[in-house]
Design a protein around this ligand. Sequence first.
Ligand SMILES: [Zn+2]
Length: 70
Amino acid sequence: METVLCPTCKKEVKWDMKNPFCPFCCERCKTMDLGAWASNAYAIPDQPVDFDELDRLSSQNEDAEKGKDE
Ligand SMILES: [Zn+2]
């Protein structure tokens, strides 16, 4: 049986297609890794926040809210 290292805790895990958490050893490790990936994906450290774009997006949302009321 082939083994892999759990990306989160580096424990040896049997490579088993029946393991729903593969290549992670357990659900906790899988969730932790996805959480880390998500927080990295949403952080954009090298780019300043584009406030004009945020304003545009938020006013679009307000328009959508108004549309619902009418
Ligand atoms: Zn693990």
